[in-house]
Design a protein around this ligand. Structure first.
Ligand SMILES: [Zn+2]
Length: 180
């Protein structure tokens, strides 16, 4: 008997079954950021083909935008992981509560960690499901990170070997321009 039931498909980045697939196996949120990566990568690639245009653009900015988009995709995956299980540890709920506090420009109660520790893993999972949509529905261009502010993330990036690699990449392109 032919089935009229639609095949359910999860996003291939965040694995969420909550959002419909927009394109190429990705939900709208993940597709938007994946497209950002591709557009910036295409720009960098075009500079390799046309090094004479390099002087007009800040190449480090493109590599930075790619890093930001990759971090956003990672964050969307992290958020979903807590919904895909029946029970979660206190660290995950702690992170989400701290994220929510930052969204509200507020702070957690001093005993919040102990209260979360005292919950059963299943109750933590239920609280997580209640709080996540509040964090998600905050109208911002960049999703709030569970690991801290975007400023803190950017500072870490600027001190990391990844940043040195990105700068070296752009210098290599600029050298190509001089040689051309
Ligand atoms: Zn997704």
């Amino acid at each position: 008997m032919p089935s009229m039931e639609r095949k359910h498909t999860n996003c291939r980045n965040c694995t969420s079954p909550r959002r419909p697939i927009k394109a190429r196996g990705l939900c709208a949120k993940c597709y938007y950021w994946q497209r950002k990566i591709e557009k910036c990568s295409a720009k960098l690639e075009s500079f390799r083909s046309h090094p004479e245009y390099i002087g007009r653009c800040n190449l480090v900015l493109f590599t930075f935008r790619i890093r930001v988009a990759k971090r956003v995709l990672e964050e969307l995956r992290w958020r979903e992981e807590g919904l895909l299980v029946d029970a979660i540890d206190s660290e995950r709920l702690d992170s989400l509560v701290s994220t929510l506090a930052r969204c509200c420009r507020s702070e957690c109660a001093p005993n919040a960690h102990n209260v979360i520790e005292g919950m059963s893993p299943k109750v933590r999972r239920q609280v997580y499901e209640v709080l996540l949509p509040i964090v998600e529905s905050r109208p911002t261009r960049l999703p709030q990170l569970h690991t801290g502010s975007w400023n803190a993330w950017a500072s870490n990036y600027w001190l990391s070997p990844a940043f040195r690699d990105d700068v070296e990449l752009t210098h290599a392109l600029e050298r190509t321009n001089i040689a051309a």
